[in-house]
Design a protein. Sequence first.
Length: 463
Amino acid sequence: MKRLLAVLATGATALGLMSLSNPPAAAAAGCEVDYTVTSQWQGGFQAAVKVTNLGDPVNGWTLKFALPDAGQRVVQGWNATWAQSGSTVTATNVDWNRTLGTGASADLGFVGSFTGANPQPTAFTLGGVACTGAVEEPPPGGGEPTPGPGTGTPVDVNGLLRVCGVHLCNQYGRPVQLRGMSTHGIQWFARCYDAASLDALAKDWKSDLLRIAMYVQESGYETDPAGFTSRVNGLVDMAEARGMYALIDFHTLTPGDPNHNLDRAKTFFASVAARNAAKKNVIYEIANEPNGVSWAAVKSYAEQVIPVIRAADPDAVVIVGTRGWSSLGVSDGSDENEIVSNPVDADNIMYAFHFYAASHKDVYRTTLSRAASRLPLFVTEFGTVSATGDGTLDRASTTAWLDLLDQLKIGYANWTYSDAPESSAALRPGTCAGGDYGSSGVLTESGALIKSRISTTDHFPTG
Ligand code: IDC
């Protein structure tokens, strides 16, 4: 059977047909692709791609097309996993748009760069089948299999990470978003990080990472360097054993100038980098929240600490805190431009962005959105509440933030996986003494919200 569908092409809109990836035998297949350049500027453009499934319902799909000018690149995409090889662009469904019923659409988009001309893409295909403008019965076996989600733990699937462009990429060179939890200060909440709690975090929460918040002051590292170094290493091993990434957070806070702790940082990172160099699961975060200090001072600190790490562990990702409590400068009256115009002189690095949903809203979201196409960003800490770590949970703002981070594929760690008596904590007071981390009753309102977000399937791209 061949059904022909009328398609309408107007102005900047090109319509094509998309066929289904890996359709079941004898299923009707067909799609409409509506491509629009929504804005264009010197050297760049933004495009919207609306994909409508005209065939039988699908669970998992991959759209491919060609950007015919070799100078065209997809810089940043949303609502799909975007990749480009030569002139071929691939957009694979994300979690929430995996299923497309008959007549259902997914709205994708991307920011592209170009040199020379900016022609419209051609050759929309899916599973290698050319789009022809019709719905048809696919030939048996005609589909190309879509890579399935990886099996195994986050570290098994993704392996050694590396910054690629503005993203964090896995061993296949594909962008990944890591979603997980931060400890509270390990000097206060060590009891919350035992085998049972980390089992729950890995298996029940399906957390991709554990951020290990090692305060430097406030009874932290400075009081017992060897002891805290060893506790951090122990937690790195526990995360590794459970397939989670470990983000080693040198939790500077007060004083806000990281240079106050420069010598301690060099000593600490020389030690943990040498000890953990062979591991695939370690990411170094060299200064939690610089504040009341210039970007030049933070950059100078980073350019002294990063070489110490690289000397021992050359290939690990390093995350640099930003001015204004890691707000990209916003909380100190600046913005990301101070970094874009004067970046840290090192590669394989990302910049930290922190927010507390009840305190930091649209101005911060706008900054993050803008900065995300220019700087590799990682939300190494955020809260669902106010910047005090306490107060009322702001569900609407938290949801807006997490939707944005998902869309931009920016990784995050929530403050805190602990039973601290404050609303930012995910576990109710007393949980850690009780040792039961699995019952729904142990979760605070914040814990329940965050667990529901991070426990969804990751669909890390492979191959
Ligand atoms: C808070 C803790 C709180 C502790 C305080 C001082 O939740 O129990 O008394 O630190 O150490 C940050 C910091 C993080 C803060 C958190 C909430 O990185 O250390 O934790 N916050 O105030 N930046 C913005 C908010």
